[in-house]
Ligand binder design. Structure first.
Ligand SMILES: [Zn+2]
Ligand SMILES: [Zn+2]
Length: 132
């Protein structure tokens, strides 16, 4: 499952024993993800999403609530703040909000630019459903 979107090698998430049937591969460059296995799909490739629909707001004890950071990955905001126990909230991180973190906005913009234009169409990311 390498080089799925922008041509760079993807890395595999550590497998959690409880849900071991699904492997998740992520690209550390464009942040595309590809899921292999799982209950419903053999291969699941979530399509391109614009910045305002792509990130969840990060929540953690010790993270200021006055500034809205985007949740990146593994206890880390997009701008690089690491707090143990950080989790994504149920809300989108909206880059246009006044309280949105500037560094997160910059990082989100840079990541957005890395997703090739040609790969942004609705049908560019093909998923393979499991035959039930
Ligand atoms: Zn990529
Ligand atoms: Zn931030």
């Amino acid at each position: 499952m390498e080089r799925d979107v922008c041509g760079r090698v993807m890395w595999r998430w550590p497998v959690q024993p409880a849900v071991s049937e699904e492997e998740i591969w992520s690209c550390s460059w464009c942040h595309a993800a590809t899921h292999v296995g799982g209950e419903w799909f053999e291969v699941l490739r979530p399509p391109y999403l614009p910045v305002g629909m792509r990130w969840e707001r990060a929540v953690a004890d010790g993270l200021s609530v006055d500034v809205s950071h985007a949740y990146g990955i593994f206890d880390r905001t997009l701008c690089g703040i690491q707090v143990a126990g950080m989790s994504p909230s149920d809300y989108w991180w909206l880059p246009d909000r006044e309280n949105a973190c500037g560094a997160c906005r910059e990082a989100a913009g840079a990541i957005d630019d890395r997703w090739p234009q040609a790969m942004r169409g609705e049908n560019m990311r093909v998923s393979v459903a499991r035959r039930l």
